[in-house]
Design a protein around this ligand. Structure first.
Ligand SMILES: [Zn+2]
Length: 156
C-alpha cells in the first residue's frame, strides 16, 4: 500500500448525482493524511506516473485508430500509437489537462477540495499560494468532473 487510489468507484444507490459527487469526494481521501499525500505526489513525475497508471489500467487503446500497441511518447509517461503515431499525454482527457499550475499543486488542490468540498477558493489560495481566481476555476472544474463522471477522467 504505497499508492493512493484516487479513482476507485463507489456506488451508492438512490442517491442524487450531486450528493453522490460530494459523497465520493469525501470518501476518496478519508484515510489519508496530508503529509503522506504530499510525499506521494511531490513531483510532476509522480503525478504523471499516477495518472498514466490510472488511465491505462485496463490497457492502452489509441483514441484515433483503436490500435492497442504503443511505444513511449516524447513527454514523460505519454504513449504513442505504433500505427497512426498519435500521442496521448498522461493528463489528456483528465481534469488536469491544460492546468495553469503544476501538477503537484493541482493534486494538492484536489486533495483539499475532496477533504472539504465547501472549502473556499480564498482558503485554497492561501494554502497553495496560488491566485484565488485560479483556485476557484480549478475547484469548479474538479467538482463538475466528479459529479458528472464519478471519477477524475473526463471521458472514458
Ligand atoms: Zn492510432
Amino acid at each position: 500500500m504505497n499508492r493512493i487510489n484516487i479513482t476507485f468507484a463507489i456506488f451508492v444507490k438512490n442517491c442524487s448525482k450531486k450528493k453522490f459527487g460530494r459523497y465520493l469526494m469525501k470518501k476518496l481521501f478519508s484515510n489519508i493524511n496530508p503529509k503522506r499525500f504530499q510525499n506521494d505526489y511531490e513531483t510532476e513525475e509522480q503525478c504523471l506516473a499516477y495518472l498514466s497508471d490510472v488511465k491505462w489500467k485496463k490497457g492502452y487503446v489509441c483514441r484515433k485508430c483503436g490500435n492497442t500497441n504503443y511505444c513511449s511518447g516524447k513527454k514523460p509517461y505519454s504513449r504513442r500509437c505504433t500505427r497512426c503515431k498519435s500521442e496521448e499525454s498522461a493528463t489528456a482527457h483528465t481534469v488536469f489537462h491544460g492546468c495553469k499550475f503544476s501538477l503537484p499543486s493541482a493534486f494538492q488542490m484536489m486533495y483539499q477540495v475532496c477533504k472539504k468540498p465547501d472549502i473556499s477558493s480564498y482558503e485554497l489560495s492561501r494554502l497553495l499560494e496560488t491566485r484565488q481566481m485560479t483556485c476557484w476555476k480549478f475547484k469548479t472544474k474538479l467538482i463538475e468532473c466528479l459529479e458528472e463522471n464519478e471519477g477524475l477522467l473526463l471521458d472514458t
